[in-house]
Design a protein around this ligand. Sequence first.
Ligand SMILES: Nc1ncnc2c1ncn2[C@@H]1O[C@H](COP(=O)(O)OP(=O)(O)OP(=O)(O)O)[C@@H](O)[C@H]1O
Ligand SMILES: [Mg+2]
Length: 259
Amino acid sequence: MNLLSIQGVSRTFTSHKGTQTQALLPVDFEVRENDFVTILGPSGCGKSTMLRIVAGLDFPTTGQVLLDGQAIDGPGADRGMVFQSYTLFPWLTVAQNIRFGLREKGVPEAVQKERSDYFIAKVGLRGFENHFPKQLSGGMQQRTAIARALANDPRILLMDEPFGALDNQTRVVMQELLLGIWEAERKTVMFVTHDIDEAIFMANRVAVFSARPGRIKADIAVNLPHPRHYTVKTSPEFMELKARLTEEIRAEALAAAAH
Ligand SMILES: Nc1ncnc2c1ncn2[C@@H]1O[C@H](COP(=O)(O)OP(=O)(O)OP(=O)(O)O)[C@@H](O)[C@H]1O
Ligand SMILES: [Mg+2]
């Protein structure tokens, strides 16, 4: 069975003046267990809207989303979210942020510590357990957010341009970090990005959205072997995928600009 099933999901926003914006055309999309799906598409095509619907933070105008066969009707601990903007609680330390969801669930203190220590080590934040978010760099804040999402052991990780605000070097390091975690844990991931290299490097599937109103116009398999090292980015297979995706995205960006 598919882990996540997006069935005929569309979304039309209506302003208080009655103006309608169709953000998504009906989308059908299946995510299998252990998939790392990246979603590419021009600005404003409905990528965040779709992810927010999967997260249960917004609701579709038509259609439904099933997770493990159950219809999603709101946010839940089975979905871990990481957004572009830093969403840590500023009054909690790194360790407290990571343990927050576990505490809410009433997980015993010893297990909370064990899980937060494990993921703090995974994201390379040992020694920063007692720092507050404002004492961390942007990359470290996003690593904390990823550790927090993973510590809750969600069925799926939903990431909306989580590295979008980072400088290029940090971004590349974060891609390798997340890919390494995925290679070890095989957590199912849906990851929205504008960056074609990023989309190919981490994914086993890239879904390309059309210009608004969004629909999925291509679903492309990435069969590069694992473990992947950054040098894969100069391989002929990578370059070929990149050329193809660049064309797909360019056509949609032009269509979006012509609206
Ligand atoms: N709450 C809202 N109310 C009204 N319109 C909205 C709302 N959220 C999104 N939209 C509209 O829906 C469309 C899709 O927006 P969305 O944020 O999903 O795009 P996106 O693909 O994530 O873009 P970007 O790549 O720039 O982040 C846009 O036209 C946007 O203006
Ligand atoms: Mg967005």
